[in-house]
Design a protein around this ligand. Structure first.
Ligand code: C5J
Length: 229
């Protein structure tokens, strides 16, 4: 089957059946929920909440089209052995990774706050990658998972635009993946970082990848669903 072109910046993105995965980055309670770690750092978590409805719609469309779905979670082992001291020392002096927070120990695997928000919870068969860093390839088996599945195209979503979404997109781009960042399915605590972060992806002829919104991506996924049926 020929690729389906998605209208995107800076040029149409080739959506390829059987070779495309949806990556949902760090939609975790610790970052998104009022009262959680993100808010305790002084951030306005409402900015991230706006991502949930369009991302839920995209996730539903990706599932219907039979795309591989990969969720990531940023966090660490309870003994913090995978958290570099430099990462642990940084951040708010009052609350650090591993400290008790409103939703359990902050960014620790197995804690309530470390898990994904209910609206976007993984379903059976979807891959969940626990990552100790900002990029989803560092310290994980994501490369092997994608290679084994024959994936070449990534639809990248999640939070935050300029941190984990950007780092993962850059890592993926360097590894040869074609990445489309879905603009209304990524979010930041900072409007300027979000806006410029998206511009940086598609600048210079798509130096890191492509950018399009769900209004362009979901119909293409629906076309994939119809064609496959
Ligand atoms: C941050 C992330 N911002 N998922 N993590 O620390 O972007």
């Amino acid at each position: 089957m020929n690729p389906i072109p998605i209208a995107a910046e800076p040029s149409p993105f080739p959506l390829i059946a059987g070779k495309t995965a949806l990556v949902v980055i760090d939609m975790q309670r610790d970052f998104l929920l009022p009262g959680g770690f993100g808010e305790s750092l002084g951030n306005d978590v409402a900015r991230l909440a706006t991502v949930v409805p369009p991302l839920a719609a995209l996730l539903a469309a990706a599932r219907s089209a039979g795309l591989m779905v990969i969720h990531t979670r940023e966090g660490h082992r309870p003994d913090l052995s995978d958290c570099p001291p430099a990462k642990l020392r940084r951040g708010a002096p009052t609350q650090r990774i591993g400290d008790p927070g409103a939703f359990g120990r902050i960014l620790i695997r197995g804690e309530y706050g470390h898990d994904i928000v209910d609206e976007l919870a993984p379903i059976d068969g979807e891959v969940v990658i626990d990552k100790p860093g900002k990029g989803a390839f560092y310290g994980t088996d994501l490369s092997e998972v994608l290679t084994d599945a024959g994936i070449t195209q990534l639809l990248i979503t999640g939070v935050t635009t300029e941190v984990c979404v950007h780092t993962t997109t850059r890592e993926a781009n360097d590894r040869g993946y074609e990445c489309l960042v879905v603009s209304d399915c990524v979010g930041s605590y900072f409007d300027d970082f979000h806006r410029v972060g998206l511009q940086m992806i598609a600048a210079q002829g798509g130096i890191f990848g492509w950018v399009a919104d769900t209004a362009a991506v979901i119909p293409a996924l629906q076309q994939l669903t119809t064609t496959a049926a």
